[in-house]
Design a binder for this molecule. Structure first.
Ligand code: CA
Ligand code: CA
Ligand code: CA
Length: 311
């Protein structure tokens, strides 16, 4: 065999990554587990919520499913959280008082926010991290927060669709070892602010991808609409697309002009009809006029940043 044919066959083997022309960094395969499990459910079952690291072909190391402040940040207050045996049947059974108020502006309006995330959120107001979700993966929970702020103010939320197979964007579910779970985020605030397609949403981690030619980018949108969302029993070699999160993405001054508008999803699409953490407080969610939002792909996009300015 000649040297030329050796080179040819070598490049053909790695054609998947070499043929990719987009702006993402691509990794392939299972990440190294760095954090075995962030959350133990004391009363019931929960999926293992680990964290991992994986290097791309340039040697840059990516954290999966995403960098987060779960272990260090102030937690939101539970509306509904089975593991802590907090299971009120309605908002009337929730003690809304004696809850800490995050002070952004001392002379600001006191605002209460109601939040349900599939699976995990971190809430910033005017760049200040106000609270994070108490349950990173499952069971499904819901939360509320209080803060004081003057208008206009900027809401910024990191949402993570967590994963069991770190770096692969999948979980053991629906009879498949590598099932791509879905995301979803909905919130309403006592000043009338609700999640909607007026919010902006950009993805920073998209997986699993089995054929990189299904990824495309149009007008700032990182699209994966032609990628398969089917589960499989052999997803260990899946690719993942990563984009660097700007360090100042949560600040009011951050220029998110290029970010797409959020996409809206129905309650049926997110599958909340059997989730008491949502249904018991539905008047604070869809009943308040809020919509489930995410980026353009609620299945494959696993780290999404949301922004909205309250005027
Ligand atoms: Ca959660
Ligand atoms: Ca997913
Ligand atoms: Ca999920």
């Amino acid at each position: 065999m000649t040297a030329a044919s050796l080179t040819l066959s070598g490049s053909a083997l790695s054609a998947g990554i070499n043929d990719y022309k987009g702006t993402a960094s691509i990794t392939q395969g299972l990440a190294k587990t760095v954090e075995a499990n962030l959350f133990e459910c004391e009363n019931g079952r929960s999926r293992v919520a680990g964290g991992g690291e994986i290097a791309d072909s340039d040697g840059k190391v990516w954290t999966v499913p995403a960098e987060n402040h779960f272990t260090t940040a102030t937690k939101a207050v539970d509306l509904y959280e089975e593991c802590a045996k907090i299971t009120p049947k309605s908002i009337d059974d929730v003690d809304m008082d004696s809850v800490p108020v995050a002070v952004i502006d001392a002379d600001g309006e006191e605002i209460t926010g109601y939040i349900f995330a599939d699976n995990y959120f971190e809430l910033y107001i005017n760049g200040q991290l106000v609270a994070v979700d108490t349950v990173p993966f499952t069971p499904f929970n819901s939360s509320f927060v209080k803060f004081k702020v003057n208008k206009p103010y900027t809401i910024a939320v990191k949402v993570i669709d967590w994963e069991e197979n770190l770096g692969l964007g999948t979980e053991d579910n629906r009879g498949k070892a590598y099932h791509p779970g879905d995301g979803g985020f909905i919130a309403s605030f006592s000043d009338g602010t609700v999640t909607s397609t007026d919010w902006q949403a950009q993805t920073f981690y998209t997986a699993p991808i089995y054929d990189l030619t299904c990824l495309s980018e149009v007008d700032g949108k990182r699209l994966s609409e032609s990628c398969t969302t089917e589960g499989t029993d052999s997803g260990e070699n899946a690719y993942a697309a990563h984009w660097e999160v700007p360090s100042d993405w949560m600040n009011p001054e951050f220029d998110s002009m290029a970010w797409p508008q959020a996409s809206a999803y129905s309650e049926d699409e997110i599958g909340v009809n059997n989730k008491k953490a949502y249904m018991n407080f539905i008047e604070k969610f869809s009943g308040a006029g809020a919509s489930f939002i995410w980026s353009t792909n609620v299945v494959l996009d696993n780290e999404v940043l949301l922004r909205y300015e309250v005027k």
